[in-house]
Every structure is written in C-alpha cells, then in structure tokens.
Ligand binder design. Structure first.
Ligand SMILES: Nc1ncnc2c1ncn2[C@@H]1O[C@H](COP(=O)(O)OP(=O)(O)OP(=O)(O)O)[C@@H](O)[C@H]1O
Length: 307
C-alpha cells in the first residue's frame, strides 16, 4: 500500500524526515510512534500527497505522488490532526458536500452519508451545527468524512489527541472495526497505549529517523524486559536522591534513572523489590508492571515520549 525508500523532507535548513524506509501492507494497521517534532506529520503529509517529497522514493498504492496525486487521493481517506470541519454546515452536509467534491452522484453520496453517520453514532445529530458538537463527536465526524469515498487506505494523524479517555475508547473501537472491514490504517500517535492497542506493526520515530520497527510485542521483547519495577525514594526536588540510590542497585537490572523514580528492568519485578529491601533501602512507593512501548522508547532514545 505504501513503500518508501530513503524518504526525506526538508523545510529550508530543517531536515524533518531524514531518509526513512517504510513498507505498509494491505489490511494492516501501521503506526508512526514518536514525540512531538519526530517527523510523523511531515511523513504523513507526503503520503497524503499534499506535501512534495524532498528526496528518496515514495509509492502509494503503486503510484508516484509527484505525477499521480489525483488518482492516489481518490483512493485515500485523510483525517488530519487539526479540525477542518466546515462550521457553516450541519453534520450531514459536512459529509454530503465532501462526497460531492469527489464527484460521487447525489443519491449515492446521500446513502453513504447516512451509513457513515450510523457507523460513527451521529445519526441523531445529523441536523446539528458542527460548533455544538463535543470534541469526540467532531473527531468521529472527521473520520466519517474521510471515509466518504470508501478509501482503501485511511491516514489518521494523531486521531485521539485532546480527547477524554471514554471518547478515545469509542474511537479506537471504530478504527478497529474499519480494520476488520479490510481498510488499511496508517496512524501517527505519541500515545504508546494507542499504538499498542491499534497497531499490528509500527515504527518508532525520533528526530526524523526510524529508531526501531516491528509489532508492539516484538519491540517490547527485543528492547525491554518482561517486567519493570518502579521505585520512588523521595520527591523530585529533594536533590539527586534517585541518582544516589541508583549506585546501590545497579546490579539488579538495567536502570533508567528519572527525576522522580528509578525504573529497574528485570524478568521478575517482585524479586527486585525484595532485594532492594534486603539492602536496607526503603522506597516510599513501588510498582511492578509489564513493559510497554514507553520503555522501548526510553531505551532507544533516553527520553520519555510525552514530557
Ligand atoms: N512547514 C514547516 N516549516 C518549517 N518547519 C517545519 C514545518 N513543518 C514541520 N516542521 C519541522 O519539522 C520537524 C518535524 O515536524 P513534524 O510536525 O513532522 O513532527 P511530528 O512528529 O508530526 O510532531 P507533531 O506531533 O508535533 O506534529 C519539526 O522540527 C518541525 O518544527
């Protein structure tokens, strides 16, 4: 569905994307995971054929975005990061007018709009003004709009940023159903839980390059341990308490020393905590949890995903 080789994007002196290789296969949910400024949106905009490629090769649905933009766009759905709904129009007309842009005939686009309102659970809001919708409803309407042309490939740039947890789960459920219906999804996100929930495969992006690639499970297995013990020994502004403690437990596993806690990577977190206590150290809080993509990102870049 997408093939990129040495893909680059520059804005003057800024190299936003520095030669990445990506393959997206039919029917999968593929993610670009990375912090703000990693180059995810720049990549997405090249794939959406709205931003020209600065270097390297890009093929979308087997076509060249430089010469076959309209043909690509007719088979793409694009759900941009910012809200681009038309506030002048009601909910139904946002879908209807957008469908007409694609040259779909009136009767077909009407039926499609009704079907999509049903899918995103906005049928009872069909006459409502867009400005009166909640953030979650606007996102769902944007997704419905991006599906008007029955795309083979749906691009979602930060689909749940700014939504509350319940609205995020509703959206995840809808994206999951689209995937089951055979739509290929490409998602950018800086939420590791979103990437873990939705993506079959993903690349971890940082500073314009790909730091790692694989399924969430593969990435966690390859770059982290089964469990993580989190230890807090004092509040963050009490000097370098965590730095001092780290020297006393560095044989217990790989450590990540953060201002407010120490992470110890080990197959057995409870054993780590038992040994910490045996050494007479008294953390004020402990937690044993499974490794996540956040741990993968921390290992690869030395930074957390969301500051
Ligand atoms: N139009 C532009 N002109 C100049 N610099 C840009 C432009 N668009 C992006 N950049 C720069 O390119 C880099 C990558 O930005 P990009 O938006 O692709 O990152 P991102 O991973 O999508 O982050 P975000 O989630 O904040 O959008 C950043 O340093 C950004 O400032």
């Amino acid at each position: 569905m997408i093939s990129a080789r040495g893909l680059r994007k520059s804005f003057g002196d800024v190299d936003a994307v520095k030669g990445i290789d990506v393959e997206v296969r039919k029917g999968e949910a593929f993610g670009f995971l990375g912090p703000n400024g990693a180059g995810k949106s720049s990549t997405m905009r090249m794939i959406a054929t709205v931003s020209p490629v600065s270097g390297g090769e890009l093929r979308i649905l087997g076509m060249d975005p430089a010469t076959e933009g309209p043909a690509i766009r007719s088979r793409l759905g694009v759900c941009p990061q910012e809200d681009t709904l038309d506030n002048e129009l009601n909910v139904f007309d946002n879908l209807y007018v957008y469908g007409r842009y694609f040259g779909i005939d009136k009767a077909t686009v009407r039926a499609r709009a009704e079907e999509l309102l049903e899918f995103v659970q906005l049928t009872d809001k069909r006459q409502a003004k867009v400005e009166n919708l909640s953030g979650g409803m606007k996102r769902r309407l944007t997704i419905a709009r991006s599906l008007v042309n029955s795309p083979d490939l749906l691009l979602l740039d930060e689909p749940t940023t700014g939504l509350d947890p319940q609205a995020r789960h509703v959206l995840w459920d809808q994206l999951f159903r689209l995937k089951q219906a055979g739509v290929t999804l490409v998602i950018t996100t800086h939420y590791m839980d979103e990437a873990e929930q939705l993506c079959d495969r993903l690349v971890v992006m940082d500073k314009g390059v790909i730091a790692a690639e694989g399924s969430p499970r593969q990435l966690i297995d390859e770059h982290s341990t089964r469990e993580v013990a989190e230890l807090r020994f004092g509040i963050a502004d009490e000097g370098n308490v965590h730095e001092q403690i780290a020297g006393k437990i560095e044989d217990l596993g790989r450590l990540e020393v953060l201002p407010d806690r120490i992470l110890v990577y080990s197959p057995d977190g409870e054993e780590v905590i038992a040994k910490v206590h045996e050494r007479g150290l008294e953390p004020i809080a402990v937690l044993v949890r499974r490794s996540t993509l956040e741990d993968v990102f921390l290992k690869l870049t030395g930074r957390t995903l969301v500051d």
